[in-house]
Design a protein around this ligand. Structure first.
Ligand SMILES: C[S@@+](CC[C@H](N)C(=O)[O-])C[C@H]1O[C@@H](n2cnc3c(N)ncnc32)[C@H](O)[C@@H]1O
Length: 425
């Protein structure tokens, strides 16, 4: 007879594998149990947090036999926080887990080749943008796999300057000078930092009664009214600070939009852009989901022509300013959906290389159909979500062969992978 699991912390589990979400995998009475923050070959005591018909989710209460690769997490919130998955091991173990997870996923599309890995220069202090929830005058993240608030005073994967800023935000909120903000984004660009408080749309009246922001010193402060920062319908107002967020590109100062997407690990973003750009030399290129146009600008330095496609207005505006600063480069930016703009470009021009860097949701079916029906020689697909990547590769593999796969470790400590797949017609 199968042994039943216990809700107590008395379940002893041998971890024999790692799931695609980075949790250890074991069994209790024949049923699979996922135990986050454990390693292969460990024996742990587990209490059960969730029981579904096909699996359990457990939490470690005691490590009975630790892996030799186990390490003390740097972050005091690691056990509870939903932000990081891999601080309990060495970086080389994290790297191998990520490669194994991706290889397993890519088997679903018949890929059995090697998976390259570009390491981040920093495992901690790399994140140039964070979003903190606000509850009762405190900032924090959500606990793992829940919407339960966890107050934090620091974040070890965020840059030191962002951590300085967290302290100021905390002080500012506790003084009771700001009411109604539900979250705050902190974004660093070079040495400048923008703090953006997020409010519901109905809260615009807070603009009539502004608190004193002097405590923020050199930092810039914005208010955003909407659901999320990066949406066309969110209204952004700068409420404090004279300077602008700017980036030095090729000796020119380029303005950055606070509400537009940016890659969160500067070192890896640079490596990734160099890698993608190499495929585009002398070619006619479409850069789909082009954000503020940094990659478009890099590609254009050596390509014959580049089209950028981006649907968020503020990101498109940034990309246009960038293109206008470098008029020698042959760039045309479209403000619209890739689903609509790509087919239009393909009917008018012969494209050699298509670069795709969609959001977590992946590409719409219309995009994939336009690609498979077209004559583009090479597709470079960059993804931050291997589930949608695999889904999209299932379609693309009808007309394309996977040439290479590389993880660019944009998110150390987290089970999120920035993957570049190179496909050839
Ligand atoms: C992962 S980001 C990539 C940005 C850019 N490649 C970079 O490196 O900064 C995805 C971008 O696609 C945009 N986007 C999302 N869905 C889109 C769509 N259907 N059509 C065009 N752009 C879209 C988002 O606004 C975001 O800027």
């Amino acid at each position: 007879m199968k042994k039943n699991f216990e809700k107590t912390d008395e379940n002893v589990v041998d971890i024999y594998d790692i799931s695609y979400e980075g949790a250890g995998v074991g069994r209790i009475g024949g049923k699979i149990v996922f135990v986050p923050k454990t390693l292969k070959n460990e024996q742990v005591k587990v209490s059960i947090l969730k029981n579904t018909s096909s699996f359990l989710i457990g939490k470690v209460t005691e490590i009975l036999q630790a892996s030799g690769e186990r390490k003390t997490p740097k972050c005091p919130y690691f056990d509870e926080c939903g932000g990081c998955d891999f601080q309990h091991c060495e970086y080389k173990t994290e790297k191998q887990m990520k490669i194994d997870i991706l290889k397993n996923q890519l088997r679903k599309v018949g890929f059995e080749g090697e998976v390259g890995f570009v390491e981040s220069d920093k495992r901690f202090g790399y994140r140039n943008k964070i979003k903190l929830e606000i509850r009762d005058g405190k900032v924090g993240y959500f606990k793992a796999k829940s919407r339960e608030f966890l107050a934090v005073e620091s974040c070890v994967i965020a840059t030191p300057l962002i951590n300085d800023c967290i302290k100021i935000i905390q002080k500012f909120l506790q003084s009771g000078r700001l009411v109604g903000a539900k979250a705050v984004y902190v974004k660093q660009v070079e040495e400048a930092v923008a703090v953006c408080f997020l409010f519901d749309k109905t809260r615009e009246k807070v603009l009539k009664n502004m608190p004193n922001f002097d405590v923020f010193g050199e930092f810039l402060v914005y208010f955003a009214f909407g659901e999320v920062l990066e949406s066309n319908s969110t209204k952004i107002v700068k409420v404090y600070g004279d300077s602008k967020l700017t980036l030095d590109l090729g000796g020119k100062e380029v303005e950055i939009e606070v509400s537009a997407f940016n890659q969160i690990n500067d070192f890896i973003a640079g490596k990734l852009y160099d890698y993608v750009t190499d495929f585009c030399k002398g070619k006619r290129v479409v850069n789909g989901y082009s954000g503020q146009g940094f990659l478009t600008y890099k590609i254009a330095q050596n390509a014959k022509f580049v089209y950028g496609i981006e649907y968020q207005n503020s990101a498109h505006k940034s990309a246009e300013m960038l293109a206008n600063s470098f008029k020698d480069y042959k760039i045309q930016n479209f403000c619209g959906r890739v689903e609509d703009c790509l087919p239009e470009i393909l009917t008018k021009d012969r494209i050699d290389v298509l670069v795709l860097d969609p959001p977590r949701e992946g590409c719409a079916r219309q995009v994939l159909d336009a690609v498979t029906l077209g004559k583009i020689e090479q597709v470079i697909y960059t993804s931050c979500n291997f589930s949608t990547l695999v889904r999209d590769l299932q379609v693309l593999k009808n007309s394309y062969k996977i040439e290479s796969v590389k993880i660019f470790d944009m998110f150390p400590c987290c089970c999120v992978m920035e993957t570049v797949v190179v496909l050839k017609k």
